[in-house]
Design a protein around this ligand. Structure first.
Ligand code: ARG
Ligand code: GLU
Length: 745
């Protein structure tokens, strides 16, 4: 500033500064939203351009020519990945490839711990069952889907009609290209979109950094900023000789995509345009305030409490035992991930007065309806109905959560027993062939079960969690067995649980059990059917599937109807507001800026982290914060190759893109549509964005693409992969030179 004061302000400089100030002050806070790519040209393009987008909506999504969309991949239906070479090279998160990396790992060949790099195509590892889907086109079919619906129908009739019509449309559309077709509801059934995708079935593991990089900071740092994780892994799509999806086979060849992303290694600056293109899973942004309140006061706390107990049991043994740590790594990570998010969600909603602000919106909504007789007549009941329905659903929802958390996710043996239900049924019905076939299927899958199962841990989990379930499940038609257990003395229940594990044939001798499955399936069915584990698992499941689920889904149909009405009404009441559909695992674009945030008094978070920050967190030997020797050496030597920024190595950055689970692995693109990072998380203060987005503090976290390339090339020695990619730079602008020119003119 002093420097500026000493020189006389010449006209040009004044103008330049003025221009900078004006551009900085344009209020562009419209960063909330996950937009349908083919509607961007109508809804978002102007704003995106004003914020710094330099390409067109057509470059982002087109069905007539190749576009960025052709490089965006739905990775196994849960994460996002992107194609970064003309040989189908795929980039996604380490935590998205985690279970594949784990499956190929053993104590001797521990890829989770040491990383894995295929040094040629032949070394790439196959993953039967893993899919990579690419969207071919999306088409609005709302009119077709709703053609047989009328206002006289009940909600249930409407539901049935819509489902039947969707089925008919899909059957009529069978296509010769072999695309998979589906029709998804948007805005709770106000809109329907047909989606055609090409689903690749041979997706191979190419590389992954060691967990000490890919999962650095693990659960302690999860959902947190500043972050220092190299959360990436590399796969490759293989196709048949015709470049079409094929079953896993040696003769498959690397897929040649319609488009692959260019990679920009100049990095990003604060205030740069930022865009995330991917498959966000699920959000609920239009809940009434009362249901937000239920979420943070009832559902979240219940689920947090159960998981806390389970995590404590697992953590104890994982810390003591290497084999257990590998076995339970993936399970632990996924259980702790939502557990921590819910804690953040409660905090975030409270700190931003989410419930109160939603209440204010409802007040405005009601006030507007009161001023307009026509609107009131049509929508006057909507909010009241919604609140009633959510309230009615509450106890059922809660019980449902207890079943899922305890009977399905928490106690593995109960979930495992569900796999025998059809077998037992075939046995009861004397269907020998089916029985034999199902028994073989189970026998073939048993390795997967045994590999990652620890009886002692599961028994402990049941001892702690089952009593909670028994206490909480209370709707009238509680099954007999559950009723009996509910009335048992604690000591007897403990004995019952111990015996349940002791008597279970599945847990006796794995080899013998598998042989028995193949040779004497009736005997197995008989034993299983009589076992306590099977009986309990069935009782709990039946209650869930026959009592809770039908009731909840009947209420959900009504909720969907009124939520849809609510959004339609809001569109009329707030015509200036733009509405985006909740995430539903379909392809979306979110955009924002690389920007800092100030979550509380005196705290200011910058946008970029560096390797210095990684080193500052280093704790030798720690299971979350240890580092590989090689990385430390590269750091000491400042051996960053072309990927460093002066003498620093960038690691992660944040931006104001609206993202959620499923956006993991999504490409972070700059204004030119070039890859600059890989999305993998959100900041702690903003984890409530699924129900209550708040621009002041919601930020997504990305690993800087330069860190990804540095790890591949300098750390892992897999430069040949980088050679496959198209790297680009920003033209170098020497800022001092520019300034000098302005000043001397
Ligand atoms: N929180 C991120 C997401 O929701 C990363 C999860 C993986 N990391 C972990 N430590 N569990 O998926
Ligand atoms: N980590 C999340 C995932 O697995 C994405 C980040 C988020 O939920 O914001 O999809």
């Amino acid at each position: 500033m002093d420097y500026l004061k000493t020189i006389s302000m010449k006209g040009k400089l004044k103008n330049a500064i003025l221009l900078i100030l004006i551009t900085l002050q344009i209020p562009l806070h419209a960063k909330e939203g996950m937009w349908i790519p083919y509607l961007i040209s109508q809804l978002n393009q102007d704003e995106m351009v004003a914020m710094g987008l330099e390409i067109t909506a057509e470059d982002i999504y087109s069905v007539n020519q190749s576009s960025i969309k052709d490089a965006i991949v739905h990775f196994n239906g849960g994460c996002t990945a992107e194609i970064i070479s003309n040989k189908g090279l795929l980039l996604t998160n380490h935590h998205c490839g985690y279970s594949q990396i784990q499956k190929h790992s053993s104590v001797e060949n521990n890829y989770l711990k040491n990383g894995f790099w295929a040094m040629s195509g032949r070394e790439e590892l196959k993953n039967p069952g893993l899919t990579a889907s690419i969207i071919k086109y999306m088409e609005d079919v709302t009119n077709e889907v709703l053609q047989d619906v009328n206002d006289q129908m009940s909600i249930a009739e409407r539901e049935a009609t819509v489902s039947a019509t969707i089925k008919k449309i899909l059957e009529g559309r069978k296509n010769s290209e072999g695309y998979e077709l589906k029709i998804n509801p948007f805005f709770y059934g106000n809109q329907y979109i047909l989606i055609a995708e090409e689903v690749f079935r041979d997706v191979r593991l190419v590389g992954a950094p060691p967990s000490s990089i890919g999962k650095f900071g693990a659960d302690t740092d999860n959902w947190m900023w500043p972050r220092h994780t190299g959360d990436f892994s590399v796969f490759r799509i293989y196709s048949g000789a015709d470049n079409k999806p094929a079953d896993v086979a040696d003769e498959n060849i690397p897929y040649n995509p319609n488009y692959h992303l260019k990679i920009n290694i100049s990095g990003v600056q604060e205030n740069d345009f930022s865009m995330i293109y991917g498959f966000p899973g699920s959000t609920q942004e239009y809940l009434p305030s009362a249901e937000i309140k239920n979420t943070i006061e009832v559902y979240d706390p219940a689920r947090i409490a159960v998981r806390e107990k389970l995590l404590r049991i697992l953590d104890r043994k994982m810390r003591q035992n290497d084999a257990t740590r590998i076995q339970y790594a993936s399970k632990y990570a996924s259980i702790s991930n939502s557990w921590k998010k819910w804690i953040g969600e409660i905090k975030g909603v409270k700190e931003t007065d989410g419930v109160e602000r939603r209440q204010q919106l409802e007040n405005q909504f009601e006030a507007a309806l009161n001023k307009d007789a026509v609107l009131r007549e049509k929508y006057g009941e909507v909010l009241g109905e919604l609140n009633k329905l959510y309230e009615e659903r509450k106890p059922l929802m809660l019980e449902r959560y207890y079943y899922i958390e305890i009977g399905y996710l928490g106690i593995e043996v109960l979930r495992h027993m569900l796999g025998y239900r059809s077998m037992v049924q075939y046995y009861q019905e004397d269907k020998d062939n089916e029985l034999q076939q199902r028994a073989s299927e189970i026998a073939n899958g048993m390795d997967n079960f045994y590999k990652d199962f620890d009886v002692e841990l599961d028994r402990q989990a049941m001892q702690v969690l089952l009593p909670i379930y028994l206490k909480e499940v209370s709707t009238e038609e509680v099954p007999e067995l559950v009723k009996k257990l509910k009335e048992m003395e604690d000591k007897d229940l403990r004995e019952y649980i111990d015996e349940l594990y002791e008597d279970l044939v599945v847990l006796e001798d794995p080899l013998e059990f598998r042989e028995m499955l193949q040779n004497k399936p009736s005997k197995v069915a008989r034993k299983i059917e009589k076992s306590d584990a099977y009986q309990l698992s069935s009782a709990m499941y039946d209650h869930f599937i026959r009592v809770l689920n039908p009731r909840v889904s009947a209420i959900n149909d009504k909720i969907d109807y009124y939520q849809g009405q609510y959004i339609t009404a809001m569109r009329q009441v707030f015509p200036m507001k733009r509405f985006y559909p909740d995430a539903n695992s379909t392809l979306r674009v979110a955009y924002g800026k690389v920007e800092p945030y100030e979550p509380r008094d005196a705290v200011y978070y910058e946008t970029q982290t560096y390797l210095d920050g990684v080193m500052a967190k280093y704790i030798p030997g720690d299971y979350e914060f240890d580092l590989p020797v090689k990385l430390i050496e590269l750091y000491k030597d400042k051996d960053f190759g072309p990927y460093g920024e002066d003498d620093k190595m960038p690691v992660c950055f944040i931006a104001s893109n609206h993202t959620t689970g499923g956006n993991s692995g999504s490409p972070a693109l700059n204004g030119k549509g070039e890859l600059v990072g890989l999305n993998f998380d959100r900041v702690w203060e903003g984890t409530m964005s699924d129900i209550n987005y708040d621009i002041s503090r919601c930020r997504n976290i990305m690993v800087d693409i330069r860190y990804v390339l540095f790890i591949m090339d300098k750390f892992a020695g897999a430069k040949y992969l980088v050679d496959e990619m198209d790297l680009v730079y920003n033209p170098v602008v020497n800022k001092d030179e520019e300034m000098k020119k302005v000043l001397t003119n």
